[in-house]
Write a protein that binds this ligand. Structure first.
Ligand code: KG4
Ligand code: ZN
Length: 342
Protein backbone atom coordinates (compact mmCIF):
# COMPACT_ATOMS: atom_id res chain seq x y z
CA UNK A 1 0.00 0.00 0.00
CA UNK A 2 1.55 3.30 -1.14
CA UNK A 3 0.01 6.71 -0.55
CA UNK A 4 1.03 10.14 -1.86
CA UNK A 5 0.08 13.06 0.39
CA UNK A 6 -0.11 16.75 -0.48
CA UNK A 7 0.16 19.58 2.06
CA UNK A 8 -0.68 23.14 1.00
CA UNK A 9 -2.65 24.63 3.90
CA UNK A 10 -0.16 27.32 4.91
CA UNK A 11 3.24 28.33 3.53
CA UNK A 12 4.83 24.97 2.73
CA UNK A 13 4.13 22.97 -0.41
CA UNK A 14 4.72 19.37 0.61
CA UNK A 15 4.49 16.03 -1.17
CA UNK A 16 5.29 12.84 0.72
CA UNK A 17 4.98 9.14 0.00
CA UNK A 18 4.66 6.45 2.70
CA UNK A 19 3.93 2.74 2.72
CA UNK A 20 2.08 0.49 5.16
CA UNK A 21 5.34 -0.74 6.71
CA UNK A 22 5.83 2.85 7.98
CA UNK A 23 8.59 3.61 5.54
CA UNK A 24 8.92 7.14 4.25
CA UNK A 25 9.58 6.74 0.54
CA UNK A 26 9.75 10.45 -0.28
CA UNK A 27 9.53 13.79 1.50
CA UNK A 28 9.70 16.98 -0.56
CA UNK A 29 8.89 20.34 1.02
CA UNK A 30 9.13 23.62 -0.88
CA UNK A 31 9.11 26.44 1.64
CA UNK A 32 7.74 29.87 0.73
CA UNK A 33 9.56 31.58 3.59
CA UNK A 34 11.43 34.01 1.36
CA UNK A 35 8.19 35.10 -0.38
CA UNK A 36 6.56 36.03 2.95
CA UNK A 37 9.56 37.28 4.92
CA UNK A 38 9.26 40.96 3.82
CA UNK A 39 5.72 41.02 5.28
CA UNK A 40 6.62 39.39 8.63
CA UNK A 41 3.93 36.72 8.23
CA UNK A 42 2.08 34.60 5.69
CA UNK A 43 0.17 36.56 3.01
CA UNK A 44 -2.67 34.29 1.78
CA UNK A 45 -2.69 35.48 -1.85
CA UNK A 46 1.07 35.10 -2.18
CA UNK A 47 0.84 31.65 -0.59
CA UNK A 48 -1.84 30.42 -3.02
CA UNK A 49 0.11 31.61 -6.06
CA UNK A 50 3.35 30.08 -4.80
CA UNK A 51 1.65 26.69 -4.19
CA UNK A 52 0.29 26.78 -7.75
CA UNK A 53 3.74 27.60 -9.16
CA UNK A 54 5.54 24.67 -7.55
CA UNK A 55 3.04 21.90 -6.80
CA UNK A 56 3.51 19.92 -10.03
CA UNK A 57 7.27 19.98 -9.64
CA UNK A 58 7.09 19.02 -5.95
CA UNK A 59 4.92 15.99 -6.82
CA UNK A 60 7.26 14.99 -9.67
CA UNK A 61 10.27 15.21 -7.34
CA UNK A 62 8.53 13.06 -4.70
CA UNK A 63 7.75 10.34 -7.26
CA UNK A 64 11.32 10.49 -8.56
CA UNK A 65 12.80 10.27 -5.05
CA UNK A 66 10.66 7.18 -4.35
CA UNK A 67 11.35 5.69 -7.80
CA UNK A 68 7.61 5.37 -8.38
CA UNK A 69 4.99 6.46 -10.89
CA UNK A 70 1.31 7.32 -10.36
CA UNK A 71 0.34 3.75 -11.37
CA UNK A 72 2.09 2.39 -8.24
CA UNK A 73 -0.04 4.44 -5.83
CA UNK A 74 -2.96 2.97 -3.87
CA UNK A 75 -4.20 6.37 -2.79
CA UNK A 76 -3.66 10.10 -3.05
CA UNK A 77 -4.39 12.22 -0.01
CA UNK A 78 -4.58 15.99 0.36
CA UNK A 79 -5.13 18.42 3.21
CA UNK A 80 -8.68 19.69 2.66
CA UNK A 81 -8.64 21.94 5.75
CA UNK A 82 -8.30 23.70 8.06
CA UNK A 83 -6.05 26.37 6.61
CA UNK A 84 -5.73 29.21 4.12
CA UNK A 85 -8.45 28.38 1.63
CA UNK A 86 -6.52 29.31 -1.54
CA UNK A 87 -3.72 26.89 -0.74
CA UNK A 88 -6.09 24.18 0.47
CA UNK A 89 -8.03 24.43 -2.83
CA UNK A 90 -4.85 24.07 -4.89
CA UNK A 91 -3.67 20.94 -3.06
CA UNK A 92 -7.05 19.26 -2.98
CA UNK A 93 -7.99 20.04 -6.60
CA UNK A 94 -4.58 18.78 -7.76
CA UNK A 95 -5.00 15.54 -5.79
CA UNK A 96 -8.56 15.06 -7.05
CA UNK A 97 -7.50 15.64 -10.68
CA UNK A 98 -4.72 13.03 -10.40
CA UNK A 99 -7.11 10.62 -8.66
CA UNK A 100 -9.73 11.05 -11.40
CA UNK A 101 -7.33 10.75 -14.33
CA UNK A 102 -5.30 7.84 -12.92
CA UNK A 103 -8.21 6.10 -11.23
CA UNK A 104 -6.65 6.23 -7.76
CA UNK A 105 -8.58 6.51 -4.46
CA UNK A 106 -8.79 10.05 -3.08
CA UNK A 107 -8.55 10.66 0.67
CA UNK A 108 -9.54 13.98 2.24
CA UNK A 109 -7.28 14.71 5.22
CA UNK A 110 -7.77 17.12 8.11
CA UNK A 111 -4.45 18.94 8.65
CA UNK A 112 -4.72 18.55 12.43
CA UNK A 113 -5.36 14.83 12.10
CA UNK A 114 -2.23 14.59 9.95
CA UNK A 115 -0.19 16.18 12.78
CA UNK A 116 -2.00 14.01 15.35
CA UNK A 117 -1.20 10.69 13.67
CA UNK A 118 2.45 11.37 12.70
CA UNK A 119 3.82 9.73 15.86
CA UNK A 120 2.19 6.47 14.75
CA UNK A 121 4.33 6.62 11.60
CA UNK A 122 7.56 7.63 13.34
CA UNK A 123 7.21 5.74 16.64
CA UNK A 124 4.42 3.20 16.12
CA UNK A 125 2.45 4.71 19.03
CA UNK A 126 -0.68 2.69 19.90
CA UNK A 127 -4.12 4.17 20.67
CA UNK A 128 -5.22 5.70 22.97
CA UNK A 129 -2.77 8.51 23.68
CA UNK A 130 -2.70 12.03 25.06
CA UNK A 131 -1.76 14.56 22.38
CA UNK A 132 -0.48 18.10 22.59
CA UNK A 133 -1.07 19.75 19.23
CA UNK A 134 0.93 22.97 19.19
CA UNK A 135 1.31 24.90 15.95
CA UNK A 136 1.01 28.32 14.38
CA UNK A 137 -2.77 28.15 14.29
CA UNK A 138 -3.63 25.79 17.14
CA UNK A 139 -2.88 24.80 20.70
CA UNK A 140 -4.89 21.98 22.16
CA UNK A 141 -4.77 18.83 24.26
CA UNK A 142 -6.66 15.86 22.87
CA UNK A 143 -7.45 12.34 23.94
CA UNK A 144 -6.76 10.36 20.77
CA UNK A 145 -8.82 7.17 20.81
CA UNK A 146 -8.46 6.09 17.20
CA UNK A 147 -8.30 7.33 13.63
CA UNK A 148 -11.05 9.95 13.34
CA UNK A 149 -11.84 9.68 17.06
CA UNK A 150 -10.64 12.67 19.07
CA UNK A 151 -11.85 14.12 22.35
CA UNK A 152 -10.90 17.73 23.01
CA UNK A 153 -9.65 18.19 26.59
CA UNK A 154 -8.42 21.79 26.40
CA UNK A 155 -7.57 24.49 23.89
CA UNK A 156 -6.30 28.03 23.76
CA UNK A 157 -8.84 30.66 24.69
CA UNK A 158 -6.99 33.31 22.65
CA UNK A 159 -3.76 32.99 20.61
CA UNK A 160 -2.09 29.80 19.40
CA UNK A 161 1.31 29.14 20.95
CA UNK A 162 3.13 29.39 17.59
CA UNK A 163 1.46 32.76 17.05
CA UNK A 164 2.85 33.88 20.44
CA UNK A 165 6.36 32.78 19.42
CA UNK A 166 6.00 34.50 16.04
CA UNK A 167 4.62 37.81 17.38
CA UNK A 168 7.16 38.06 20.20
CA UNK A 169 9.97 37.27 17.74
CA UNK A 170 8.76 40.18 15.62
CA UNK A 171 8.89 42.49 18.68
CA UNK A 172 12.46 41.30 19.27
CA UNK A 173 13.36 42.07 15.67
CA UNK A 174 14.07 38.41 14.93
CA UNK A 175 11.99 37.90 11.79
CA UNK A 176 9.68 35.12 10.67
CA UNK A 177 8.90 32.36 11.58
CA UNK A 178 9.67 33.22 15.17
CA UNK A 179 9.68 29.85 16.94
CA UNK A 180 12.95 28.46 15.53
CA UNK A 181 14.63 31.91 15.78
CA UNK A 182 13.61 32.32 19.43
CA UNK A 183 14.89 28.81 20.18
CA UNK A 184 18.23 29.61 18.53
CA UNK A 185 18.93 32.92 20.30
CA UNK A 186 17.55 31.62 23.63
CA UNK A 187 20.54 29.25 23.84
CA UNK A 188 22.69 32.26 24.85
CA UNK A 189 20.10 33.81 27.15
CA UNK A 190 19.22 33.71 30.84
CA UNK A 191 15.76 32.14 31.25
CA UNK A 192 15.17 33.87 34.59
CA UNK A 193 16.20 37.35 33.39
CA UNK A 194 12.56 38.42 33.00
CA UNK A 195 9.73 37.53 35.34
CA UNK A 196 7.04 36.60 32.81
CA UNK A 197 3.61 35.22 33.76
CA UNK A 198 2.81 31.50 33.46
CA UNK A 199 -0.64 31.79 31.86
CA UNK A 200 -3.41 29.57 33.30
CA UNK A 201 -0.97 27.86 35.69
CA UNK A 202 -2.88 26.04 38.42
CA UNK A 203 -6.30 26.75 36.88
CA UNK A 204 -8.78 23.89 36.67
CA UNK A 205 -9.14 22.23 33.29
CA UNK A 206 -6.41 22.37 30.69
CA UNK A 207 -7.15 25.35 28.49
CA UNK A 208 -4.28 27.60 27.39
CA UNK A 209 -3.85 31.34 27.03
CA UNK A 210 -0.95 33.16 25.39
CA UNK A 211 -2.10 36.68 24.61
CA UNK A 212 -1.23 38.00 28.11
CA UNK A 213 2.27 36.66 27.74
CA UNK A 214 2.61 38.47 24.42
CA UNK A 215 1.44 41.70 26.07
CA UNK A 216 3.94 41.26 28.93
CA UNK A 217 6.77 40.91 26.42
CA UNK A 218 5.60 44.05 24.62
CA UNK A 219 5.39 46.08 27.86
CA UNK A 220 8.81 44.90 29.08
CA UNK A 221 10.45 45.68 25.73
CA UNK A 222 8.90 49.12 25.32
CA UNK A 223 11.50 51.82 24.82
CA UNK A 224 14.41 49.39 25.26
CA UNK A 225 17.41 49.22 22.95
CA UNK A 226 17.44 45.71 21.48
CA UNK A 227 20.94 44.50 22.34
CA UNK A 228 21.89 40.86 21.59
CA UNK A 229 21.96 40.11 25.35
CA UNK A 230 18.53 41.61 25.91
CA UNK A 231 17.08 39.68 22.95
CA UNK A 232 18.66 36.41 24.11
CA UNK A 233 17.44 36.90 27.70
CA UNK A 234 13.89 37.69 26.63
CA UNK A 235 13.83 34.81 24.15
CA UNK A 236 15.01 32.40 26.86
CA UNK A 237 12.55 33.80 29.43
CA UNK A 238 9.65 33.56 26.97
CA UNK A 239 10.51 30.02 25.94
CA UNK A 240 10.71 29.03 29.62
CA UNK A 241 7.34 30.64 30.45
CA UNK A 242 5.69 28.89 27.50
CA UNK A 243 7.22 25.52 28.44
CA UNK A 244 6.12 25.95 32.09
CA UNK A 245 2.59 26.89 31.11
CA UNK A 246 2.20 24.01 28.65
CA UNK A 247 3.70 21.52 31.14
CA UNK A 248 1.19 22.65 33.78
CA UNK A 249 -1.72 22.29 31.36
CA UNK A 250 -0.52 18.84 30.26
CA UNK A 251 -0.27 17.70 33.90
CA UNK A 252 -3.88 18.79 34.34
CA UNK A 253 -4.86 16.81 31.23
CA UNK A 254 -3.36 13.68 32.82
CA UNK A 255 -5.41 14.37 35.97
CA UNK A 256 -8.58 14.76 33.91
CA UNK A 257 -7.94 11.45 32.13
CA UNK A 258 -7.18 9.69 35.40
CA UNK A 259 -10.36 11.01 37.02
CA UNK A 260 -12.28 9.65 34.01
CA UNK A 261 -10.58 6.25 34.40
CA UNK A 262 -8.85 6.60 31.01
CA UNK A 263 -5.42 5.08 30.51
CA UNK A 264 -3.05 6.21 27.75
CA UNK A 265 -0.12 4.43 26.09
CA UNK A 266 1.93 7.60 25.58
CA UNK A 267 2.07 11.38 25.69
CA UNK A 268 2.60 12.66 22.14
CA UNK A 269 3.51 16.16 20.96
CA UNK A 270 2.87 17.31 17.40
CA UNK A 271 2.74 20.46 15.28
CA UNK A 272 5.46 22.98 14.48
CA UNK A 273 6.01 24.14 18.08
CA UNK A 274 6.68 20.53 19.12
CA UNK A 275 10.01 20.94 17.29
CA UNK A 276 11.19 23.06 20.26
CA UNK A 277 13.77 21.14 22.30
CA UNK A 278 13.18 22.97 25.60
CA UNK A 279 9.47 22.22 25.36
CA UNK A 280 10.13 18.60 24.40
CA UNK A 281 12.34 17.95 27.41
CA UNK A 282 9.78 19.60 29.75
CA UNK A 283 6.99 17.43 28.30
CA UNK A 284 9.14 14.35 28.70
CA UNK A 285 9.33 15.11 32.44
CA UNK A 286 5.53 15.42 32.60
CA UNK A 287 5.13 12.10 30.77
CA UNK A 288 7.53 10.30 33.10
CA UNK A 289 5.81 11.73 36.19
CA UNK A 290 2.67 10.10 34.83
CA UNK A 291 4.40 6.80 34.03
CA UNK A 292 4.06 6.95 30.26
CA UNK A 293 6.57 7.41 27.44
CA UNK A 294 6.91 10.72 25.63
CA UNK A 295 6.99 10.67 21.84
CA UNK A 296 7.37 13.47 19.34
CA UNK A 297 8.23 13.18 15.65
CA UNK A 298 11.66 14.46 14.56
CA UNK A 299 11.52 18.28 14.17
CA UNK A 300 11.27 18.21 10.35
CA UNK A 301 8.11 16.08 10.64
CA UNK A 302 6.63 18.36 13.35
CA UNK A 303 6.48 21.31 10.96
CA UNK A 304 4.18 21.04 7.95
CA UNK A 305 5.05 18.36 5.39
CA UNK A 306 3.42 16.00 2.88
CA UNK A 307 4.52 12.81 4.69
CA UNK A 308 2.10 13.39 7.57
CA UNK A 309 -0.77 13.85 5.10
CA UNK A 310 0.24 10.69 3.23
CA UNK A 311 0.33 8.76 6.52
CA UNK A 312 -3.10 10.03 7.70
CA UNK A 313 -4.39 9.12 4.24
CA UNK A 314 -2.92 5.64 4.55
CA UNK A 315 -4.44 5.15 8.01
CA UNK A 316 -7.86 6.06 6.56
CA UNK A 317 -7.39 4.08 3.35
CA UNK A 318 -6.59 0.84 5.19
CA UNK A 319 -9.86 1.26 7.11
CA UNK A 320 -11.63 1.62 3.77
CA UNK A 321 -12.42 5.30 4.36
CA UNK A 322 -12.01 6.93 0.98
CA UNK A 323 -13.66 10.15 -0.13
CA UNK A 324 -15.58 11.38 -3.15
CA UNK A 325 -14.23 14.05 -5.46
CA UNK A 326 -16.90 16.35 -4.06
CA UNK A 327 -15.12 16.50 -0.65
CA UNK A 328 -15.20 20.14 0.46
CA UNK A 329 -12.19 22.40 1.14
CA UNK A 330 -12.70 23.93 4.58
CA UNK A 331 -10.95 26.96 6.08
CA UNK A 332 -12.22 25.90 9.54
CA UNK A 333 -12.46 22.25 10.57
CA UNK A 334 -11.99 21.41 14.27
CA UNK A 335 -10.53 17.97 14.89
CA UNK A 336 -13.23 16.90 17.32
CA UNK A 337 -15.79 17.48 14.56
CA UNK A 338 -14.43 14.72 12.35
CA UNK A 339 -15.87 11.36 12.95
CA UNK A 340 -14.85 8.14 11.23
CA UNK A 341 -15.31 9.25 7.61
CA UNK A 342 -15.12 12.92 6.65
O1 KG4 B 1 2.65 23.06 12.20
P1 KG4 B 1 3.26 24.25 11.57
O2 KG4 B 1 4.46 24.05 10.66
O3 KG4 B 1 2.21 25.08 10.76
C1 KG4 B 1 0.89 25.22 11.23
O4 KG4 B 1 0.09 24.29 10.99
O5 KG4 B 1 0.66 26.26 11.90
O6 KG4 B 1 3.67 25.26 12.76
C2 KG4 B 1 4.28 26.48 12.50
C3 KG4 B 1 4.56 27.16 13.83
C4 KG4 B 1 5.11 28.57 13.70
O7 KG4 B 1 4.40 29.42 14.57
C5 KG4 B 1 6.56 28.43 14.12
O8 KG4 B 1 7.10 29.60 14.71
C6 KG4 B 1 6.45 27.29 15.12
O9 KG4 B 1 5.53 26.40 14.57
N1 KG4 B 1 7.75 26.60 15.32
C7 KG4 B 1 8.43 26.60 16.48
C8 KG4 B 1 9.63 25.90 16.23
N2 KG4 B 1 9.64 25.49 14.93
C9 KG4 B 1 8.46 25.93 14.39
N3 KG4 B 1 8.14 27.13 17.68
C10 KG4 B 1 9.04 26.99 18.67
N4 KG4 B 1 10.24 26.35 18.51
C11 KG4 B 1 10.57 25.79 17.31
N5 KG4 B 1 11.73 25.17 17.16
ZN1 ZN C 1 0.61 22.40 10.76
Amino acid sequence: MLVLGLETSCDDTGAGIVDATRRIRANIVASQLEDHRPYGGVVPEIAARAHLDVIDEVIARALKEAGLSFEDLSGIAATTGPGLIGGVMIGSVTAKAIAAVRNISFISVNHLEAHALTARLTDDVAFPYLLLLASGGHCQLLFVKGVGDYQLLGRTIDDAVGECFDKCAKMLGLGYPGGPLIERVAKDGNASAFDLPRPMQGRTGCDFSFSGLKTSVRVLMEGKVLTPTLIADMAASLQEAIADSIADRASHAFQILEAAGQKVTAFVAAGGVAANQVLRSRLQTVAHANNVVFKAPPPHLCTDNGVMVAWAGLERLRLGWIDGLDAAARPRWPLEEIRRKS
